[in-house]
Structure formats: structure tokens, C-alpha cells
Design a protein around this ligand. Structure first.
Ligand code: HDE
Length: 702
């Protein structure tokens, strides 16, 4: 009997009279195909009635005998699996990585061996602190995990959108995660670091101060997953075919540009569209606007590393791009949404220990802990050591070994050879796969670096002791606008901390980073500025690094951005169409917004909106244009959502394209004209820019 085809569903309503089935995936779905498949149980038994359970009489109790009901409910009861302990909320896509610069002199890894070489990938972005159902836009670090299905096995580059981390040694990770997650007694706050336990922990861990600078910067409130960088964080090794090795850090650079929101915007987006980032990624890919990232490497010699004032094995440190430039070696394009969220995104299991010949680890004590953790967590989350057999995790190259059995074994190995060496074939020779000394993975022979292996010690290297120099470098490399955001984020978060001694201790750490920053935060909290914390190592002044700033990367382009066009009864259809064409001509997406969606009489016809104004606040768009007729003003004036729409667009420093009637509204509401409020003609050129000079007028910044 045929197995149930999941691309079919029954059209039956109530009563169970009809059982006709129609395809829901269409012929292009992975399960498309054979029409008229029958609904069956998991054992393949055809189901005659999927509407009514088996009862003892018309009004009698349900019978235990109903195996169809019991199997269906039993399976449903077990649909959820444990969510990831961190990075539970995530969105993913399939894609392809293409090598654009071959580097065989640096690595034997096949995916970097020739220009044009393509490797399939699966990439999952995530927040860290919140549960799987939490919102997309909290202030949080974003995970950036890429699984490369290479010809030589799977390589997982499991990184973040920030190039450094909170802690130096894996043994502190459970403490960090406990501190940032919802508080143990209260069960809140969800997906937020603005609470006592997080700040208590980091204020006692000066090594986290550099990461705290990044976390309080606009990097943790990205406009979209498409507009953020990614970093491998740890120092890895590249090893070439001759066995020579150099050290490397990996970077992902978004081709779409780098862009963030303001905090007020992120908060409003969370309410209006909790799935904002997931939707944005899905819709961009669905519409053929494939997001892409360039993969870059910072390659350096061990000797150079030893001369630096920081240790390259310390994950709280970065190497400024101005010191070691990033060389682009390939491009990843995400071009296909998962067919099924659970089977692919949820069941994907990333492991930094998944590595291919030509790449190797270093003794970074954080990385070393991760090499253990991920394999372990997958067993607990996916329930079986055979999680590698799930389609999303399985390598796409040949895979053979003598590992056997275990829960949920999906393969049926043939023969009796399940050990090695053996001489089980008829000629008395080995049966089954053998090791391959020539092409197999070999750990880099000189993997041990100076002071890394001669004794057993629970210590930190002396060079890990400077926690402040790079935190200072980060703050000082930001533009004044970004410095104000960072200081204000600290004020916001610390204002939610009830323990006054924790706030005080944070101010001492900030004082050690930069006096101006500490003074601004103390002022914002209305607290006295304490003496700076003592430092375990002297500060090292480093040249400013503009690549650490988002705004120094320049104005965002129109491509990939969403622009709203507000219209109302009597609006001029020609002007709307002209505006739409101008936005889309530059690669943007125009979204029509009105007070009602179903079709409004405009000058030129009946026009349907893509979104209802009250449900589509301006926070969801990168810029807004308004094309309205004076006759519609009374209806717009009477709607608070319209006022909030413009007031927020202004306060979020967005470009507002205003027709004369719109200008009247803005004047009435006291929204002052500036270069960011443009005529409809000028709007398409200016739209993606933000007008930061406004901020001081609308927000109390630290
Ligand atoms: Fe993770 N981390 N992590 N982490 N991490 C997990 O693995 C862990 C760290 C990162 O989309 C877990 O499958 C330890 C740094 C990402 O599925 C777990 C330590 C970085 C993802 C785990 C770290 C990351 C995870 C939870 C300190 C940036 C999501 C569920 C030694 C380089 C991957 C899971 C996805 C997920 C452990 C530190 C990134 C528990 C012990 C540093 C992007 O294994």
C-alpha cells in the first residue's frame, strides 16, 4: 500500500462526507507527483474517515480500539523536540558557495581549490537568548551558522554577527547563558539582557567588556538578517597540500550592505511583526532577490601573531582589518527556502568539530570546549546518535564507516563486516571501507603553539589579561551617532537593573574603557561617576579602525530595501505608479499602504493596498512616501495610526517623501522640515539614507 503523500490534503469540511484530495504543494513541491494518493496510517493502512473517531454508538464514548485516532494523537503529542539551549530562535535557507579566488597555496580544502567551484550550503541565522517562539528583533547577538556540503565532507562554520565573544574559556559558558536567559525564579525576561543577572555576571567578568561594547552597539539590532556581517570568531588554521600552515580568521560581508535599526524601531517592529527577520529572509528569497555574502579571510603567520599585544587564541580579541586586510575568496548566495521548517531549520545540527582536510583548529580554549559541546547537544536535542542521517545533516559526498545501530537507525548495512581490520571477503581480503592515509583528514602536526601542551594547568595565559584596550578601540572607532547609541543602550539596560551595586560596578568597568563613555552613562542614570576599575594589564592604544563602525561603511543602497507608499481616497494613480517604478527601478521593493486594503477609489481607478496602515507601522519600512489628496485629510487626521506613522518615520530618521497635502499634515503635527523630508520627485534618490541630525531633537540620548 502506498505511503501517505504529504503533498495532498483533504478538502473535507465538517461532517466527513467528501474525501476528495487536492495537491497543496503543486507539481514543483518535493512531494509533488502521484495524483489521488490515499491517506493512510504510518503503517500504510488506508484511512476511510479522517473526521470522526470511533465511538460506542452515536453519542457514546470513544473506543480505545480506535488505532487511527490513537496513532494520530500520539504522533502529534510528540511533535515538539527540545529547542536549542541557546540560539533557539532561528531562520535558515539553502544556497550555494562559489569560490572566486582559489587559494591552493594556503589550503588543501577542495571548496577553495578553483575559481568557479561550487559547494551547496545551508545557513541558519539565530538570536541567542530567547526561546524558539520569541521575537526576531530583541537586542541580541545573532548566530550565523553555515554548513558547507563539500566533496570531502561537511564543514560547519558556526559563527556570530560579532567578531568577538563574552568569555575566554568554555568553562564559563553555562554561567554566561544562565545569567542572560530569563531569571531562574521569575521566568522572565524573555530574550532580553536588560536584567539583574546578566549585568551582575558581566560586571564581575571584565573579560566580557569588549563584547559588551559590541552588544550595546547597533550591531545587535540589525535591520534584517540580510544586512549583517558574520564572523568565525576563533583563529583557525589553513593547511596546504604540502602540510604548511597559516592562521586564519573568517569573515562574511553582506553584498546588500550593512544596516541596523534604532532601538525604538526594533521595539515597535517586535510588536507589529514578531517574525520580521524570518519573513524578510523568506520573502526576499521567494521573490528572487537572493541575499549574498562574500567570504573573506584574514591570513597571518604564527610568528606575526606572537608579536601582537593580544593573543590570537583569545576569543575576546579581534584583529583589525586595517592591520590584516580581509581577502575575499568566495561568495555565498542563499537561493532556496526550506520546504519544511521543522525537517530542515529545526533539525539542522551544526558542529564546529565538522571540519575538512585543509582546515584545522587552534587551541583557543573557547573553541576547544565547543568541539565537545555541539556533538553532545545534538544527541540530547535530536534524541539519537544517528542525527547525521537526517537529510539536512547528511553529507552529500560518499559516507562509509562501521558505526552501527543506535536509536532510529535509518540505514540497513549489508554483510557481516562491522569492524576493521577484517579479512572477510571471499579472497580473504578486507571487506568494507578502509582508512585513506593519502587523502584522509590529518591533524596539523605542529598544532601545539608555544606554551600549549607541556603541563596540565588550570590557568589563563598572561596575554589574555588585557580586557580594555580593544573595548576602547571599538568605542573610539564609532561615529558620534553610534557612540550616542551605544551609551544610550547602556543607560537603557542598566536602568532595568535593580541592584545598585551592579550598576556602580559597571560604571567602574566603563570608566576603564573610556572616560567619556562612563560619564555619559553615569549622567543617563543620574549616578555619580566612580573611579575606573583597576586593570590587570596596561592599556595598549591602537589606531582607530573604521571597519568596526556600521555608518563608516557608507549610506545603504536602495537595492533590497522596502519603501512604503501611503495613499488614500482620491490619490493620483499616475503619481503612485511613477513612484513605484522609480523605487523598483533602483532595486527596492515598493509596498502600497492605505487605511483599508480591499480597494480604494483613487483618481484613475480602484487601487488595492498591500498593507493596512494600522497594521503596517512605518517601522517596518526603510523609507516612506505619501501621495494623498486634500479631500482625504480629515479621515487621515482622525486616525492616530496615521500620526504615529509619520511621527515614527521622522523619529527613526527616515526619509519622508511628501506631496503638498502631506506637508500640511506634517506642519499641523509639528514635524519640522529638514533635508530628509523631500518632494516626491527627489524622494527616490534620497530614500534609503537616514537623517541622524534629527535624533537630538526627538530622543534623550546619553
Ligand atoms: Fe554555541 N552552542 N557555544 N557559540 N552556537 C550552540 O548547539 C556552545 C559559541 C553558535 O543555528 C548549541 O545545536 C559552547 C561561540 C551558533 O543551530 C550548543 C560555547 C559562537 C549556534 C552551543 C559556545 C557560538 C550555537 C546549542 C562556549 C560564535 C546555533 C544548540 C565554548 C563563534 C547553531 C546547538 C544553529 C549553538 C555550545 C560559544 C555560535 C549548546 C559550549 C563563541 C551560531 O552546543
Amino acid at each position: 500500500m502506498a505511503k501517505a503523500d504529504p503533498s495532498f490534503e483533504t478538502t473535507t469540511g465538517v461532517g466527513g462526507e467528501t474525501h476528495q484530495q487536492v495537491p497543496v504543494n503543486g507539481p514543483h513541491g518535493t512531494h509533488g507527483g502521484a495524483a489521488q494518493a490515499h491517506l493512510t496510517t504510518n503503517q500504510g493502512i488506508r484511512i476511510s474517515d479522517n473526521q470522526n473517531s470511533l465511538k460506542a454508538g452515536e453519542r457514546g464514548p470513544t473506543l480505545l480500539e480506535d488505532f487511527v485516532l490513537r496513532e494520530k494523537i500520539f504522533h502529534f503529542d510528540h511533535e515538539r523536540i527540545p529547542e536549542r539551549i541557546v540560539h533557539a530562535r532561528g531562520s535558515a535557507a539553502h544556497g550555494v558557495f562559489e569560490c572566486t579566488k582559489a587559494i591552493p597555496e594556503l589550503t588543501a580544502a577542495g571548496l577553495f581549490s578553483a575559481v568557479g567551484k561550487q559547494t551547496l550550503v545551508f545557513t541558519r541565522f539565530s538570536t541567542v537568548a530567547g526561546g524558539a517562539g520569541s521575537v526576531d528583533t530583541p537586542r541580541d547577538v545573532r548566530g550565523f551558522a553555515v554548513k558547507f556540503y563539500t566533496d570531502e565532507g561537511n564543514w560547519d562554520l558556526v559563527g556570530n554577527n560579532i567578531p568577538v565573544f563574552f568569555i575566554q574559556d568554555a568553562i564559563k559558558f553555562p554561567d554566561l547563558v544562565h545569567a542572560v536567559k530569563m531569571e531562574a525564579d521569575k521566568g522572565y525576561p524573555q530574550a532580553a539582557s536588560a536584567h539583574d543577572t546578566f549585568w551582575d555576571f558581566v560586571s564581575l567578568m571584565p573579560e566580557s567588556i569588549h563584547m559588551v561594547m559590541w552588544q550595546m552597539s547597533d550591531r545587535t539590532i540589525p535591520r534584517s538578517l540580510r544586512f549583517m556581517e558574520g564572523f568565525g570568531i576563533h583563529t583557525f588554521r589553513l593547511v596546504n597540500a604540502e602540510g604548511a600552515s597559516k592562521l586564519v580568521k573568517f569573515h562574511w560581508k553582506p553584498v546588500q550592505g550593512l544596516q541596523s535599526t534604532t532601538w525604538d524601531e526594533a521595539v515597535k517592529i517586535a510588536g507589529a511583526d514578531p517574525d520580521y527577520h524570518r519573513r524578510d529572509l523568506y520573502e526576499a528569497i521567494e521573490s528572487g532577490d537572493f541575499p549574498a555574502w562574500d567570504l573573506g579571510v584574514q591570513v597571518f603567520e604564527e610568528g606575526w601573531a606572537l608579536e601582537q599585544p593580544f593573543d590570537v587564541l583569545d576569543a575576546t580579541k579581534l584583529i583589525p582589518e586595517e592591520l590584516v586586510p580581509v581577502t575575499i575568496i568566495g561568495r555565498m548566495t542563499l537561493n532556496r527556502n526550506p520546504d519544511n521548517f521543522f525537517a530542515e531549520t529545526e533539525q539542522s545540527a551544526f558542529c564546529p568539530a565538522n571540519i575538512v582536510p585543509g582546515i584545522d583548529f587552534t587551541p583557543d580554549p573557547l573553541l576547544q570546549g565547543r568541539l565537545f559541546s555541539y556533538l553532545d547537544t545534538q544527541k540530547s536535542r535530536l534524541g539519537t546518535a544517528n542525527f547525521h542521517q537526517l537529510p539536512i545533516n547528511a553529507p552529500k559526498c560518499p559516507m562509509h564507516n562501521f558505526q552501527r545501530d543506535g536509536m532510529m537507525q535509518m540505514e540497513i548495512p549489508k554483510g557481516r563486516a562491522n569492524y576493521e581490520p577484517n579479512s572477510l571477503n571471499e579472497a580473504g581480503e578486507p571487506s568494507g571501507p578502509r582508512e585513506c592515509p593519502a587523502t584522509g583528514f590529518t591533524s596539523f602536526a605542529r598544532g601545539m603553539m608555544p606554551n600549549s601542551g607541556d603541563q596540565h594547568l588550570r590557568v589563563r595565559p598572561a596575554l589574555f589579561a588585557d580586557h580594555y584596550s580593544q573595548a576602547r578601540l571599538f568605542y573610539q572607532s564609532q561615529t558620534p551617532v553610534e557612540q550616542a547609541h551605544l551609551a544610550s543602550a547602556l543607560v537603557f539596560e542598566l536602568s532595568k537593573v535593580g541592584l545598585e551595586h551592579v550598576r556602580h560596578r559597571m560604571l567602574t568597568l566603563l570608566g576603564a574603557v573610556n572616560e567619556d563613555l562612563a560619564r555619559r552613562v553615569a549622567g543617563g542614570l543620574a549616578m555619580d561617576l566612580p573611579a575606573p576599575a583597576e586593570m590587570a594589564a596596561p592599556l595598549v592604544e591602537m589606531a582607530e579602525s573604521p571597519s568596526l563602525s556600521i555608518l563608516e561603511h557608507g549610506q545603504p543602497p536602495m537595492a533590497g530595501r522596502k519603501v512604503a507608499i501611503l495613499f488614500a481616497q482620491g490619490s493620483n494613480l499616475q503619481s503612485i505608479e511613477k513612484m513605484k517604478a522609480a523605487i523598483e527601478g533602483n532595486g527596492g521593493k515598493a509596498v502600497l499602504i492605505a487605511q483599508k486594503v480591499g480597494g480604494i477609489p483613487v483618481n484613475g481607478g480602484l487601487l488595492k493596498a498591500d498593507g493596512q496602515l494600522a497594521g503596517s507601522p512605518s517601522a517596518l519600512f526603510d523609507a516612506v512616501a505619501s501621495i494623498i489628496n486634500p479631500d482625504a485629510l480629515d479621515s487621515l487626521r482622525a486616525d492616530h495610526a496615521v500620526h504615529a506613522w509619520f511621527a515614527d518615520a521622522y523619529a527613526h530618521c527616515k526619509t519622508i517623501g511628501a506631496c503638498p497635502a502631506t506637508n500640511r499634515l506634517l506642519e499641523e503635527w509639528g514635524i519640522a522640515r529638514d533635508e530628509g523630508i523631500t518632494s516626491l520627485d527627489d524622494f527616490p534618490d534620497v530614500a534609503p539614507a537616514r537623517h541622524w541630525a534629527r535624533e537630538a531633537k526627538v530622543r534623550l540620548l546619553a
